[in-house]
Structure formats: structure tokens, C-alpha cells
Design a protein around this ligand. Structure first.
Ligand SMILES: *Cc1c(COP(=O)(O)O)cnc(C)c1O
Length: 425
């Protein structure tokens, strides 16, 4: 079995499977639309990071927002992973699966509220990644009020360009993220004066779906310079948090070896950080851990022609997977039952939602499909379910985890009753 591809046809006559479990079986058992995840793949990806960075003290803090399913968080927590959270809600999720994992959790995000800060202080998280001078003031006030000392890192904005979609690029001065690296030293010195704040690290996160290792190296290089300056100012900086953002290849036909990719990434980072002695490296991968471990399974409802175009209408929609609509993202789509001799058609694969943006693929060559056929939308494990919504009053999909050839429901399908439960007509 190829450890980097969980969704494959076991042989020429079998339906598409996840780690050997036929997706047709899962569709029949749990219905569609359905998210299917490979536990083995998630653990494999985590282990790739651990191995690539084994020569330095490090902690992988999985970015919860990529996929915040409790079962997946639990799987990772059991392996000793830490977490990167961006809200109090995500912290509650981490606490739900493992109280002690709070001690391996870093809190990022530009808009932390007092209530979220208090919860994080009381839970004993590892470190706050502070994104502004105003946030630092609030954190100092809450920490001294609760008499809990907080480790802090400033998330600095290194002004590094990274090739990715503009919505998920975060490391340029014009973006809302982080503190201008030129201002950082001053902010650290003011933090050092606060009794309940411990300046402990420097953090950076330049964006998401970045496929080249170079911008990570460039950012780490700037961070290393800053750490040296801060240490010369007498600050005991012990941690460097390099953020997440390592991209995957969504297009079939492009060669992609995750092991090789992480190797290049580690090389770029470790080289840039070499001047620093005695640091703990924090990594915040999200997409790279879970994206290729997940697929969205959907059933074809209709096929229709409008003018020259053929539309394949599925029971999944943009509310289930918004990446194509939001980022013009490409996802490979495979028929669960492949027919060797089937004709290929150029079609748009679309959902039932009332928006022209509700599509999974446009002008895509696909084996001819009929209503009732199953399709798998690949590489949907990251920013798939976690970005899903109830738009058009559509209950959110169910989720299944495949583990050791067994499958289990990790989130049952929502009901319309639940959608209305909080409303006061
Ligand atoms: C989103 C995010 C990540 C994870 O990004 P990926 O591209 O999924 O690896 C890590 N750190 C921070 C601060 C983030 O906002």
C-alpha cells in the first residue's frame, strides 16, 4: 500500500476504497454526502514531521481549524501532538479530548477576547502568540488579575511574500496579521516589564497552501535575527514557532511525495535557525496533516444539459465544501465505480445550492456518470468540514473515520430539527 495515498482502487475491478474499505459500503451504511477520513494517513503525516525534525527539540502543534473533529484531535493528542488554536471554541475542543494537551497548546489569532484569554490562562496553555500591542496589554491585565503567569510569543509579520491564494497569504506588511517585525523589539521590552508575562518565544505564520520551502526559510531567517537581538537585550527567548502553511498538490498528475516535501521544508527551516542555540521549535501544520487523508463522498442526483454545457448535480454542495467557490480551488473527482471503457465527458460538477458559485469542478473531463452513481471529491480533509455551513438550511454531512480496516461514525448527520433548535420564532 502506498502510505501517501489513502484513496485508491484496490484493483481494476474494485470500487474506490479508503485504506481497503470500499466507499460504496460506506455510502450505503452512512448515506451521502459523507466525509471519509483515513486515520492511518493522519498518523503517517504527523510522523513525517516528527522524523524530519528529530534532530532538534520540537513540538508539532496541529492547527485545529483545518479539521476540528474531536475524533481527529483525539487521535493526534494520543500521539503526543500539541495544538494551535485560534478561538476559545477550539480550546474547548482540545480540552474535551485531552485536558493535559492544553499544556501543549498555543493560542494564535488577531482578535482574542478577554473571556477567551481567561479560559486559556485557567487551562494552562503553553504559550500565547500575541498579535498586537493592544492584545499584549489585555493579556497582561487578565494574567495579573488571575495571578497566572503567561508565556508569550509575539507573532511577527516578517514581510515575506509567499506564492498562494491572496485570501490565505498572511506574511506581508499589508496583512492584518502579526506585529511589524521592525516594531517587535519595542513590544518585547514592554512585555518584559510585566510581572505576569514571560517573553518566551517568537512566532510567525506566513500563510497557507505554500508549496515552496523558500519563503519559510526566508521568514525563519528574519526570525532568527530577531531572536539574537532579543537575547542580546537580555530576554530569555526559548521557543521559535514557525507556524504552518506547508502546501499539498491538489492536481493529479503532478508528482507529490510528502516525505520529500517535508524534507525540503525542514532543511530550509533548520538551516535558517542554525545560528540559534538552545531553542524549542514549534510547528503548526494543519492542511499537510489532514487534507489528503479525507474525501467527500457524494451521490449524483441528476444530469442535465443547458446549451452546450453538461451539468452533473450532486447531493453535496458548497455548504459542505466551499474551497472551490472561495479559493477557486481544484479538487480531483473520482468515480467510485470506474468503468474502463466508459466514455469521458466534459462536465461541470455542481451542488443543489442556489448560487452559481456552487460548483466542485468546471469543464472537467469525467467518466460518464448517471443519477445514483457515487463520486469522491479528493483531498477534502482540510478546510472541508471545518468550513462547512448550513446555507440553504442544509444539515451538515456525516463524518466517518477508517481505522485498521474498520470504520466508525465520528459525527452523525445533522437533522433539520437541530438547525432550528436555537431559534426563537
Ligand atoms: C491556519 C493557521 C495554521 C495552519 O495552516 P495550514 O496551511 O493549514 O498548515 C497555522 N498557524 C496559524 C497561526 C494559522 O492561522
Amino acid at each position: 500500500m502506498n502510505p501517501s495515498r489513502p484513496f485508491v482502487y484496490p484493483d481494476a475491478h474494485s470500487p474506490l476504497a479508503c485504506d481497503g474499505v470500499g466507499l460504496d459500503i460506506l455510502a450505503k451504511r452512512y448515506g451521502t454526502p459523507l466525509y471519509v477520513y483515513s486515520a492511518q494517513q493522519i498518523l503517517y503525516r504527523l510522523q513525517l514531521f516528527t522524523k524530519a525534525f528529530q534532530t532538534v527539540p520540537h513540538l508539532v502543534c496541529y492547527a485545529v481549524k483545518a479539521n476540528s473533529s474531536l475524533a481527529i484531535l483525539k487521535l493526534l493528542a494520543e500521539q503526543g501532538a500539541g495544538f494551535d488554536i485560534v478561538s476559545g471554541g477550539e480550546l474547548e475542543r482540545v480540552l474535551r479530548v485531552s485536558k493535559e494537551a492544553a499544556g501543549r497548546t498555543v493560542f494564535s489569532g488577531v482578535g482574542k477576547t478577554a473571556a477567551e484569554i481567561d479560559l486559556a490562562l485557567r487551562s494552562g496553555i503553553f504559550m500565547f502568540n500575541v498579535e498586537s500591542a493592544g492584545e499584549l496589554d489585555l493579556l497582561a491585565a487578565r494574567a495579573s488579575r488571575l495571578r497566572i503567569r503567561a508565556r508569550v510569543a509575539m507573532r511577527v509579520n516578517p514581510d515575506v511574500f509567499a506564492e498562494t491564494h491572496p485570501y490565505i497569504s498572511t506574511g506581508l506588511r499589508e496583512h492584518k496579521f502579526g506585529i511589524d517585525i521592525r516594531e517587535a523589539r519595542r513590544v518585547y521590552l514592554s512585555a518584559a516589564k510585566q510581572k505576569y508575562l514571560l517573553p518566551h518565544g517568537v512566532s510567525v505564520h506566513i500563510g497557507s497552501q505554500i508549496r515552496s520551502a523558500d519563503p519559510f526559510g526566508a521568514a525563519a531567517h528574519r526570525i532568527a535575527q530577531l531572536v539574537l537581538e532579543l537575547r542580546s537585550d537580555g530576554l530569555p527567548i526559548r521557543a521559535v514557532d514557525v507556524g504552518g502553511g506547508l502546501g499539498i498538490e491538489y492536481h493529479a498528475g503532478q508528482s507529490f511525495d510528502p516525505k520529500q516535501k517535508i524534507h525540503q521544508y525542514a532543511l530550509a527551516l533548520l538551516q535558517a535557525l542554525r545560528p540559534l542555540k538552545d531553542v524549542q521549535l514549534l510547528l503548526e501544520p494543519g492542511r499537510f496533516i489532514v487534507a489528503q487523508a479525507g474525501a467527500l463522498l457524494t451521490r449524483v442526483l441528476y444530469r442535465k444539459k443547458n446549451g452546450k454545457k453538461t451539468f452533473v448535480i450532486t447531493d453535496a454542495a458548497m455548504n459542505d465544501l466551499i474551497r472551490p467557490a472561495l479559493y477557486q480551488a481544484h479538487h480531483e473527482i473520482l468515480p467510485v465505480f470506474p468503468h474502463k471503457d466508459a466514455r469521458k465527458r466534459t462536465v461541470d460538477v455542481v451542488g443543489p445550492v442556489c448560487e452559481t458559485g456552487d460548483f466542485f469542478a468546471r469543464d472537467r473531463k469525467l467518466q460518464e456518470v448517471q443519477p445514483g452513481d457515487l463520486l469522491a471529491i479528493l483531498d477534502a480533509g482540510a478546510y472541508g468540514f471545518s468550513l462547512s455551513s448550513n446555507y440553504n438550511s442544509r444539515p451538515r454531512a456525516a463524518e466517518v473515520l477508517v481505522e485498521d480496516k474498520k470504520h466508525r461514525l465520528i459525527r452523525r448527520r445533522e437533522t433539520v430539527e437541530e438547525l432550528m433548535a436555537a431559534e426563537l420564532p
